[in-house]
Ligand binder design. Sequence first.
Ligand SMILES: Nc1ncnc2c1ncn2[C@@H]1O[C@H](COP(=O)(O)OP(=O)(O)OP(=O)(O)O)[C@@H](O)[C@H]1O
Ligand SMILES: [Mg+2]
Length: 223
Amino acid sequence: MNDIRADRILYSYTHNKPVIKHVSINIRSKGITALVGDNGSGKTTLGKLLAGILKPDSGQVWIDGLASQNMTLSDVGQRIGYLFQNPRKHIVATSVREQLLVAHELLEKDPKEGEANAQALLHLFQLEHKAQASPYTLSHGELKRLALASILFSKPDFLILDEPTAGLDHTRMIQLSNYLMKVHQKGIGMVLISHNWAFVKKHADRIVTLEEGKIVHDTQSEN
Ligand SMILES: Nc1ncnc2c1ncn2[C@@H]1O[C@H](COP(=O)(O)OP(=O)(O)OP(=O)(O)O)[C@@H](O)[C@H]1O
Ligand SMILES: [Mg+2]
């Protein structure tokens, strides 16, 4: 996977009220970039633009060398795992186990391999005892873990995680940290959108600060 590049992107939800204002940024595919800033500064919006979920009104986002405007969600999904701030947005199945297997089954891949992968992720995220439960009966922390597990199931090349530690207790946050370190050692880069400063300091090799839709600080430009 090549870098993700945004070139003077502008984005508005409502006409003439841009929330991302001519942002340019180059994100190295193997690095860990944190996106920080106050509530409403545009972190989630920029994350979705970098993930190809939203398309810029002007300017361009390049994902793995391709212009995001020309990419379908499936093109993007094969490269980038995107964690929504609200984990409920990930839920498409009626049980935890099915939630992990659904994409695999749609692609008609080897069921044994899918089962093994699902089992490993359920174990890792401590959801084995909930395998048959409806996702809608899970706590927020469990849902967040399930959402992460379902993204990691398809082994993406890059991760964009919006508030991954929200709703996790201290122990589970440490477990998530350890897991992300393992994932990173495999060469998977990520963008972490987070208000959790300790988590950001621990993982990020670069910190980008947004304010009112603009990048106002980037630790990379200090080097
Ligand atoms: N679906 C939407 N429709 C209209 N305006 C929106 C929508 N989503 C976000 N906004 C507005 O866009 C701006 C940026 O929002 P965004 O969610 O990207 O910020 P954020 O930095 O992720 O905030 P938070 O830290 O609260 O998650 C805010 O002014 C917000 O009110
Ligand atoms: Mg947000």
